[in-house]
Design a protein around this ligand. Structure first.
Ligand code: H2P
Length: 890
């Protein structure tokens, strides 16, 4: 008898059903095992990266145990799950986080002594998983940590980009984009699931109402276990890779057509290659939509398949699943869930709609129009014809459902203006009548002339508005499908509107932002369903962003509070407040900061070659490079600072407050102005840092390739951090929270979460400047006649234009963008805010002279901002939107 694979019993019949090697071997033995068998390095040639790999694999096995147990437990208990759909997850490194969340820090430290290594150093062997742009992707990663730590049944769903976004380099003073080969050394943190695959279709046509895709790819799952903090719970991030149904066409190959032989594979590879392919081209746009649909479709199919393993009736799906759409990127989920329910599972449109609108919720993360996606109907109809048809139906039902409301609104408006109009019309008619009587008295000719005038006047008289037309016009403003305001005739699908109509909850990410989306972005939707709109102020995980990235400060906090419970319950940080008044404690607090500054100085030397002292104030500005975030305004202020320092006498210089100013952030590859801002900062650094007269008084550093790991080094070293977006533009910001928790003071505008940080910390402890959000529209209007330029500002720009920092022609349009009425006209109001920004900078210098007061405030910041733990945010989502309950294992 030929034995088949099916004869093998699985799981093994013996009493030991533990998974693999981990539980049998202690930490030390398991590292040794991995070193020898998995990475195949004997102890003598164990290079650091191999040691990292073995440690990672050893942790992996322990994670898998926690993962399997949690998932089995949840399957048995069958609680409602939250599925966080996100095009981005900026995970960073995993090792330190996993070891500490599993509470194995001590054991690993001990085991590593044998190799003369510590966990911190070994951890640097890991490449960052940088599957995100900035705050939005990092927020998703923090949320996963909090969900697991709160024992909430939750999975993230996203894309396994093979090259992340891009690796930022600097060449000849400019940003260059290089592929980020983050998977090069293998990835111990993921589990490939070849058994979990779904087909995802694109293109094709509708035949008898049924979609026949013209192209198909296979989505294959990779699971990334997400360990909660000191709990048995281990959640999951499921990332999809794209495979070709036929990877290799042997027939074409044999016929000599090599490129056709791998054509399908090439196309599938393209979908999961990089995050946000350059969307300046039509192909790029289509590819991005393809990515979105690819991961959304696979995730929904996967969830439904799992649901149906345990349940028969899809009507119960909303009791078991909630899909949170992270910004508009996954919004096609609304149409795809409808399609799956109707076309694949035979539900009626109405039943499908009832389920969809109970399962889907939407978070808006930005008011920037470029990020509120609108897809041309043409592109959608070509790539996803069935979805376009469904969106049309959703839209027409939606408009039908509100026609009554809109008609009533129009009638009310008409009624209000009617009374006024009737009065005017009656007066005019009286006048005309009188004119005719007067003319008649003058004879035939005069009467004829007067009649002519009267009939002309009557013809010109404002006709009462046609109600039907008004209703039609107004309905357009609610429509999901709209005409492109720039390209007449082109129709667009407004994905944010689709998201609002298809969701049962819509939230912004900070108090001010949640108001702005109600008043500026979706006011007409608020009229229809006011209860749908909520606020969930962002948060960050205190594990990664305080406990692990700043172990020195954490130790001090734990010592002061007499417990490390604050890592789980951030409200306990408030108990630090009295320590701000304790001079000895302040001295120790400063010592820690000094240590972290030293580490950053070392990194700066490594990455840029600049030697910076650890004595000056460390002033940090790190985030995506964008005009609204105004790194440019900071750069201009630094030019002014440089000029002032140059003009000082040696005596004056001796009294100046020295600063090291560090910038970091990527400019999107197609974002022309952002790249010029990077170049300007680099050029200023080049001039200032090499000016012997300036020395340690000012250093301007651009640290390339800002990512999670760099942030973990930079944030603990910061003394002041900059969050200076034009009021009303930054939805929340999350690095402001990380800086505050690490005791960095904030200079910022009344924008995003700065406001709530101010409320918690006391505004008197922040350096707040600038115009307010509700003044912006008027100020933008007034810019047409703006002339009130601060002379310091003008002089600084003059220095750029005259070539003090090199390449004046290259910077010409950057300068024009904030000075020229016709070329940008300073949309983000740098000129309006510059003077108050400089005042705030002066106040910072002044306070820094008083180190005791500075440190006192620093402690107050840490003590005041426990509110910004993502555990609090996620707890609110779970209660107020998801209705998902903690399900810890006994
Ligand atoms: C965005 C917003 C931030 C917000 C973050 C998370 C899109 O991130 O602009 O204000 O805090 O989402 O909600 P970012 O700009 O950092 O990429």
């Amino acid at each position: 008898k030929v034995r088949s694979m099916l004869d093998i019993s699985f799981p093994p019949k013996e009493e030991d059903t533990s998974n693999g090697v981990a539980p049998k071997l202690g930490v030390e033995a398991s590292i040794e095992h991995e070193l020898k068998y998995r990475v195949s390095a004997n102890n003598t040639d164990a290079r650091p990266v191999k040691l990292y790999q073995s440690v990672a694999w050893s942790v992996h096995d322990r994670l898998v145990d926690a993962f399997d147990q949690t998932q089995a437990y949840w399957k048995e208990k069958d609680p409602k799950h939250i599925y966080y759909l996100s095009a981005e997850f900026l995970m960073g490194r995993t090792l330190t986080n996993a070891v500490n969340n599993l509470d194995l820090g001590g054991e690993y430290a001990e085991a590593l002594k044998k190799y003369g290594a510590d966990l911190e150093t070994v951890a640097t062997g890991e490449l960052d998983a940088a599957l995100g742009n900035g705050g939005l992707g990092r927020l998703a990663a923090c949320f996963l940590d909090s969900m697991a730590s709160l024992d909430l049944p939750g999975w993230g769903y996203g894309i396994r980009y093979r090259y992340g976004m891009f690796k930022q380099g600097v060449k000849d003073g400019l940003q260059v984009e290089l592929p980020d080969y983050w998977l090069d050394n293998g990835n111990p943190w993921e589990i490939r699931r070849p058994e979990t695959q779904f087909k995802v279709g694109f293109y094709g046509s509708l035949e008898d109402g049924k979609w026949v895709p013209g192209e198909e790819v296979i989505a294959e799952a990779y699971d990334v276990p997400i360990p909660g903090y000191k709990t048995k719970t281990c959640g999951n991030l499921r990332l999809w890779d794209a495979l070709a149904p036929e990877e290799f066409d042997l027939e074409a190959f044999n016929a000599g057509d090599y490129s056709k032989a791998v054509e399908q594979k090439r196309r599938a590879d393209g979908i999961t290659a990089v995050l946000y392919p350059n969307d300046a081209t039509e192909e790029g746009k289509e590819l991005r939509l393809k990515q979105q649909f690819f991961f959304v479709s696979a995730s929904l199919q996967d969830t439904i398949a799992r649901y149906l393993e345990q349940h028969k009736d899809l009507a119960g799906l909303p009791d078991k699943a909630c899909f949170q759409m992270n910004d508009t990127h996954p919004t096609i989920a609304v149409a795809e869930l409808m399609r799956l329910l109707i076309d694949e599972h035979g539900l009626s449109y109405d039943d499908a709609w009832a389920i969809t609108t109970k399962c889907v919720a939407y978070t808006n993360h930005t008011v920037m129009p470029e990020a509120l996606e609108k897809w041309p109907v043409r592109v959608l109809a070509k790539l996803l014809p069935r979805h376009m048809q469904l969106i049309e139906q959703i839209n027409s039902n939606w408009l039908d459902s509100i026609t009554g409301h809109v008609t009533a609104k129009v009638e009310a408006e008409l009624a209000a203006s009617d009374a006024e109009k009737q009065k005017k019309a009656a007066a005019a008619a009286e006048e005309r009548k009188a004119a005719l009587v007067a003319a008649e008295a003058k004879g035939e000719e005069a009467l004829a002339a007067a009649k002519k005038v009267v009939s002309e006047e009557e013809a010109a008289e404002e006709k009462p508005a046609d109600k039907a037309t008004l209703v039609e016009e107004k309905l357009k403003t609610y429509s999901i499908i709209q005409e492109n305001q720039w390209t007449k005739g082109e129709m667009l699908v407004n994905m944010a509107y689709l998201a609002v109509v298809g969701s049962f909850a819509v939230n912004g990410v900070a108090a001010i932002h949640s108001e702005i989306i109600k008043t500026d972005i979706f006011p007409h939707f608020v009229e229809i369903f006011p209860e749908r709109f909520q606020n969930k102020t962002n948060g960050v995980t205190l594990r990664r962003w305080l406990a692990y990235c700043n172990p020195e400060l954490s130790a001090l906090i734990t010592e002061a509070l007499g417990t490390d419970e604050w890592v789980r319950d951030a409200t306990l940080l408030a108990k630090l407040k009295p320590f701000a008044e304790d001079a000895a404690f302040r001295a120790r607090w400063r010592e820690v900061k000094q240590q972290k500054k030293k580490a950053l100085a070392e990194r700066i030397r490594e990455q840029t070659g600049y030697q910076v002292s650890t004595e000056p104030m460390y002033d940090i500005h790190v985030k995506r490079i964008h005009e609204y975030k105004r790194q440019y305004m900071n750069a201009i202020s630094l030019i002014h600072r440089y000029k002032v320092l140059k003009e000082m006498t040696p005596e004056q210089r001796a009294k100046a407050v020295p600063r090291v100013v560090v910038f970091g952030g990527k400019a999107a590859s197609a974002y022309y102005m952002a790249k010029k801002i990077v170049a300007l900062i680099l050029s200023i650094g080049e001039t200032v840092n090499n000016d012997p007269e300036i020395g340690d008084l000012l250093k301007v550093v651009f640290l390339p390739n800002y990512n999670v790991s760099e942030a973990e080094l930079i944030i603990p070293a910061a003394e002041i951090s900059q969050h200076i977006s034009t009021a009303g533009t930054e939805a929340s910001g999350t690095s402001n929270m990380k800086f505050a928790l690490n005791g960095a003071l904030i200079i910022g505008t009344l924008d995003g979460a700065n406001i709530e940080i101010g409320e918690n910390t006391g505004f008197e402890n922040l350096f707040i400047f600038g115009v307010k959000a509700d003044e912006i529209n008027k100020l933008r209007e007034d810019r047409k006649n703006f002339s009130d330029y601060d002379p310091r500002y003008t002089a600084a720009l003059q220095m750029v234009s005259s070539g003090v920092f090199g390449r004046p022609e290259y910077f010409e349009d950057l300068v024009a963008s904030i000075t020229d009425m016709n070329r940008g006209n300073d949309w983000f109001l740098l000129a309006n805010d510059f003077a108050s920004y400089m005042d705030a900078q002066d106040a910072i210098d002044e306070l820094y002279r008083d180190q005791e007061e500075w440190t006192r405030r620093s402690i107050i910041y840490t003590a005041s901002n426990g509110f910004f733990s993502s555990d609090r945010t996620i707890d609110q989502y779970a209660r107020e939107i998801w209705n998902v309950q903690p399900t810890p294992q006994p």
